[in-house]
Design a protein around this ligand. Structure first.
Ligand code: KIV
Length: 296
């Protein structure tokens, strides 16, 4: 299943792709207006390695893990320690992709000092290469302080799920001239504070295009149309592993949920019928040493 050279490497680069080097925050910033950035969420080593090998630019250890990994209704209960734990696992699988860790609710709102402490933990202990935080002008001071300490920051405006209670639900943001102006002003505040990229979530496509034209750093859209400098999706949603509601903005690029269902049905059948394990799955009674680890 895994590379047997002990390198932890992801194996050959897919056909037709040039060898890739590690993606850095300055390199991502320099992609403004260029080839669109492809970002996906990841929460564990195995998925990170698959997504990395397939060519994503950025792996986001999103606080969406509260919903898709932990089964919660919101991202609000997710803790800094939990993001750290998942970030460490993802970082080990990301040979090329840039790893950005989400700053969970109440890990940065109290002060710039608290924000820097939390960001430092995600980089030192979570092995993240940058951090992402939700909010606009109200968190500009936090962004400035973290950036000054040498940690790249990705912003996040529009629908900010940590503010679900204030927004009255997961609602499209920036509708109408006043709301649109606020989203643009928030994105500009983050740009001025030194963010290297900005996620734009659930805003009308015209507004997303206007924000993209109005800031100096790449915008990465989710439910924000094609006028952004990149796109992000939750990996389980785009792979078709989500058994619940698929959001309108998400394209299901595969139906892995169905494939898993078929595979597990086949496994259960084979076990019950005695068809698994076969002789080929058994160790020899004597002879040379055999490796019994799935990571060999
Ligand atoms: O937590 C997350 O997955 C996110 C993306 C949806 C942008 O913030």
């Amino acid at each position: 299943m895994y590379a047997s050279d002990g390198s932890g490497g992801t194996g050959p680069v897919p056909k037709g792709q040039a060898a890739r080097t590690k993606v850095t925050a300055p390199a991502l910033r320099a992609r403004k207006g260029g080839e669109p950035l492809a970002m996906l969420t990841a929460y564990d080593f195995t998925m990170a390695r698959l997504l990395d090998r397939a060519g994503v630019d950025i792996l986001l250890v999103g606080d969406s893990l509260g919903m898709v990994f932990q089964g919660l209704d919101t991202t609000i209960p997710v803790t800094l320690d939990e993001i750290c734990y998942h970030s460490r696992a993802v970082a080990r699988g990301a040979e090329h992709a840039h790893v950005v860790a989400d700053m969970p609710f109440m890990s940065f709102q109290l002060s710039a000092t608290q924000a820097l402490e939390s960001a430092g933990k995600l980089v030192k202990e979570g092995m993240a290469e940058s951090v992402k935080l939700e909010g606009g002008s109200e968190v500009a001071e936090q962004v400035r302080r973290i950036v000054r300490a040498g940690i790249p920051v990705m912003g996040h405006v529009g629908l900010t799920p940590q503010s679900v209670h204030a927004m009255g639900g997961y609602k499209v943001q920036g509708k109408g001239p006043d709301a649109a102006a606020r989203v643009l002003a928030d994105a500009r505040a983050l740009d001025e504070a030194g963010a290297y990229a900005i996620v734009l979530e659930a805003v009308p496509p015209d507004l997303a295009a206007e924000v993209t034209a109005g800031v100096s750093v790449p915008t990465i859209g989710i439910g924000a149309g094609a006028g952004c400098d990149g796109q992000v999706l939750v990996c389980y949603d785009m792979l078709g592993m989500n058994l619940g509601h698929t959001p309108k903005f998400c394209k299901r690029f595969a139906e892995l949920g169905e494939r898993i269902d078929e595979a597990v049905h086949a496994y259960v059948r084979d076990v019950r019928e005695g068809a698994f394990p076969g002789r080929e799955h058994c160790y020899k009674p004597n002879g040379s040493a055999e490796v019994a680890s799935h990571r060999a």
